[in-house]
Design a protein around this ligand. Structure first.
Ligand SMILES: CC(C)(COP(=O)(O)OP(=O)(O)OC[C@H]1O[C@@H](n2cnc3c(N)ncnc32)[C@H](O)[C@@H]1OP(=O)(O)O)[C@@H](O)C(=O)NCCC(=O)NCCS
Length: 179
């Protein structure tokens, strides 16, 4: 059963929680985000919160424990709009808190992001993962993403980067489908 949740875009005052959350799941990424050559986790967050067309969508518990350093933050997706074209977006981060996995949370969060992207006129979403990340591969494929390129040994140790994309229905076409 899913806990009572609020899903919303992150604000500047969420910076510390976003940072702690990424640090918590850092080791689940290959290579860890903290070891990538783009300036580290704080710079990654700052760059995202500073842009009007990039942000994190967060899911947090409505009633977090007072002692919870994450203030109830249990899942998060990072996105950049206008990635390569005016009408596309790139998902640069997705994770669920290890204690809340396999309860459908990432699916709910991604669904909310997708609705928002459609409203913004985004018609194609891109993301990537790495070979061996079966949870993410199954997750994305279940949501309708398909692999459009593979970069062999991109992450060393025989680990490949898998580039995925998915077309979104436009708001106009989804509205006319309902009529
Ligand atoms: C990938 C991840 C975000 C999934 O989050 P989650 O909240 O547990 O996912 P959901 O419960 O919404 O799962 C939806 C579907 O994804 C797939 N899935 C999720 N976890 C899976 C697992 N461990 N093994 C296989 N399939 C899995 C299943 O198809 C599942 O549907 P089902 O429950 O009907 O079988 C989570 O495992 C995670 O945070 N991993 C570490 C960070 C990471 O790898 N992020 C992606 C980097 S590109």
């Amino acid at each position: 059963m899913q806990p009572d949740l609020v899903i919303r875009e992150a604000r500047h005052e969420d910076f510390q929680n976003v940072l702690r959350f990424i640090e918590l799941v850092d080791g689940d990424f290959y290579p860890p985000l903290s070891q990538r050559g783009d300036g580290g986790i704080p710079e990654r967050i700052k760059a995202s919160l500073a842009r009007s067309d990039a942000n994190y969508m967060i899911a947090h518990l409505t009633e977090p424990e007072e002692s919870d350093l994450l203030q109830g933050l249990i899942a998060m997706v990072g996105f950049t709009c206008k990635w390569q074209h005016e009408d596309d977006a790139y998902i640069n981060f997705l994770a669920t808190h290890p204690s809340y996995r396999k309860h459908g949370l990432a699916g709910v969060l991604h669904g909310r992001l997708e609705e928002m992207l459609v409203e913004k006129g985004v018609s194609r979403v891109y993301l990537c993962t790495w070979s061996g990340n079966l949870a993410a591969m199954r997750f994305y494929e279940k949501l309708g993403y398909s692999v459009y390129s593979i970069i062999l040994n991109d992450r060393g140790n025989g680990i490949n980067t898998l580039n995925y994309r998915k077309g979104l229905g436009t708001l106009k076409s989804s509205m006319s489908a309902k009529q």
